[in-house]
Design a protein around this ligand. Structure first.
Ligand SMILES: *[C@@H]1O[C@H](CO)[C@@H](O)[C@H](O)[C@H]1NC(C)=O
Ligand SMILES: *[C@@H]1O[C@H](CO)[C@@H](O)[C@H](O)[C@H]1NC(C)=O
Ligand SMILES: *[C@@H]1O[C@H](CO)[C@@H](O)[C@H](O)[C@H]1NC(C)=O
Length: 479
């Protein structure tokens, strides 16, 4: 009986997560202050010096969609690894979203976008290491990989992409990420010894080919020509990486509340409903079916790959449809921040993962020289709640190949003191977190003490539930 209930419960959790994944797929967090969020790339220079004629309005769906696509171009500047010279970097934890992928859903009765998922170094976008990456991936029989990971393809290979398959763009995005991290963490900070072994790395991925392949691409340019025998990828069945601590009824309660909020916002938006009706007329299916096919997922793929939207004998889906749905997603993100359901969900959803991160940091701070570089290859539904739980409300929704990093430093002048930095897509967000915001204000310090993060994860993150621990917070009925 107990096991049966437990099994049904896990099924329900899985179903809820699937729904969340579907409904949150492409929502973007609106930066309250876009200058802070990514004042480093050229597009945002415009925002630092506002030009009244060209400054985009509050919500610019096309600008946001381009940012989301994250098409590889010139290497961006980043703030990773910045510290005074007497600080020593001792550990880095990386959480990535997989790179650009083929849609997960098709719009019924329309032609799917014609995209080639084979890797061709001569085709744009490309990367200097792409060819070597393909060669290296074809070897690797000795790698240790959990369960089904070992039989999964190590790189995308279909001339017509399969649903959800990583594209060449997705591989290139993570080759760029890995190269950037190599230049900073290995060449500049010697994070990993040159004779590194399996124990220096911690690698974990969900059981999707796009996350495994994204992780391998990042790892390849981070540690070129790595020895496959030293690679041990663990498989995580849960998209929130809750491993053995997934049982949390109150988390599901808040997820349901969040879904109700989303639904009522959607049905209030007459412009959006009219857009779905118009698209359904073009495609020739009931509006309900069109909406259920999550058309924005497909449309973003057309948009990111510069492939025109599908047409039928009744007309064409066009950029105006796209703008309306995209704008709604951005408005939905805004409302999500105001109502707290998602935040409460996020606190409970991400505790197991954050707990694992702080525990590892504490072990390393205590002198253990293992798992110095941890890589979690994951999804938007993994990164988004982590950002929310940490209180980084200015961050945008995770784009393709988004990266969230936790750096652990030790102060060379005061040996026992440890500090962290948190970076999102290369931007230092340490002092946007709820637990370090005030520390910065009062002390004007460069980094956040590790203890602040530890206290937050072990205790303070449960205070909104009038609770002091995970088990209790997961079961205490809100009133
Ligand atoms: C997108 O496609 C159009 C025509 O299909 C072409 O004119 C344009 O240059 C393309 N843009 C990019 C960025 O490739
Ligand atoms: C938190 O981490 C500690 C130390 O690794 C572990 O014993 C504990 O079970 C974890 N708790 C949760 C809820 O993940
Ligand atoms: C926590 O307690 C306060 C007052 O004691 C109450 O207003 C609030 O709703 C409680 N929060 C939850 C999540 O139960």
């Amino acid at each position: 009986m107990f096991f049966r209930n437990r099994f049904l419960f896990l099924l329900a959790v899985a179903a809820l997560l699937a729904v969340l994944s579907l409904s949150l797929q492409f929502l973007h967090l609106i930066p309250i202050n876009p200058v802070k969020e990514d004042g480093l790339n050229s597009k945002n220079r415009k925002r630092i010096m506002p030009n009244p004629l060209t400054e985009p309005p509050a919500i610019d769906p096309i600008y946001e969609a381009k940012f989301y696509c994250n098409i590889p171009s010139i290497p961006e500047r980043s703030m990773e690894g910045h510290a005074p010279h007497y600080f020593k970097l001792i550990s880095v934890h990386v959480l990535i979203r997989h790179g650009d992928r083929y849609p997960l859903y098709a719009i019924p009765k329309t032609k799917r976008p014609d995209i080639d998922c084979t890797l061709v170094p001569g085709r744009k976008p490309s990367h200097p290491q792409l060819e070597a990456f393909i060669n290296h991936m074809s070897k690797g029989a000795e790698a240790q990989m959990d369960g089904t990971l070992s039989i999964m393809p190590r790189y995308p290979s279909h001339s017509q992409c399969e649903m959800g398959e990583l594209t060449q763009t997705g591989i290139v995005q993570h080759l760029q990420n890995g190269q950037l991290l190599r230049n900073i963490y290995i060449k500049k900070h010697n994070l990993i010894p040159s004779d590194w072994t399996t124990k220096h790395l911690y690698l974990e991925t969900t059981g999707k080919s796009r996350t495994l392949q994204s992780g391998l691409a990042l790892l390849y340019s981070f540690l070129p020509e790595f020895d496959w025998k030293k690679i041990n990828f663990r498989n995580q069945w849960s998209t929130i990486f809750c491993s053995g601590n997934c049982d949390c009824p109150i988390r599901n309660h808040y997820l349901e509340e969040e879904q109700r909020r989303q639904y009522s916002l959607r049905v209030k938006n007459i412009h959006l409903e009219k857009t779905y009706t118009d698209m359904a007329r073009i495609v020739g299916i009931p509006t309900r079916q069109l909406r259920a096919s999550n058309p924005i997922d497909s449309m973003l793929c057309h948009f990111c790959h510069n492939v025109s939207f599908p047409c039928t004998k009744n007309g064409c889906i066009d950029i105006e449809h796209f703008k309306v749905i995209k704008t709604h997603q951005l408005e939905d993100e805004k409302e999500r921040q105001l109502k707290k359901y998602y935040y409460f969900y996020a606190l409970l959803a991400t505790h197991p993962l954050l707990n694992q991160t702080v525990s590892r940091m504490q072990r390393i701070a205590d002198g253990k020289k293992e798992e110095l570089f941890a890589l979690y290859s994951a999804h938007d539904v993994t990164l988004s709640p982590v950002l929310s739980a940490l209180g980084i409300t200015e961050a945008r929704f995770p784009r393709f190949a988004a990266r969230l990093l936790f750096e652990l430093w030790t102060d060379g002048k005061k040996n026992k003191e440890h500090y962290i930095r948190i970076l999102y897509n290369g931007v230092d967000v340490t002092f946007q977190t709820s637990f370090c915001r005030d520390y910065n204000k009062h002390y004007g310090k460069l980094m956040c003490p590790l203890e602040k993060f530890v206290h937050f994860v072990k205790k303070d993150m449960f205070s909104p539930f009038n609770s002091t621990n995970y088990y209790d917070a997961c079961r205490r009925r809100p009133y």
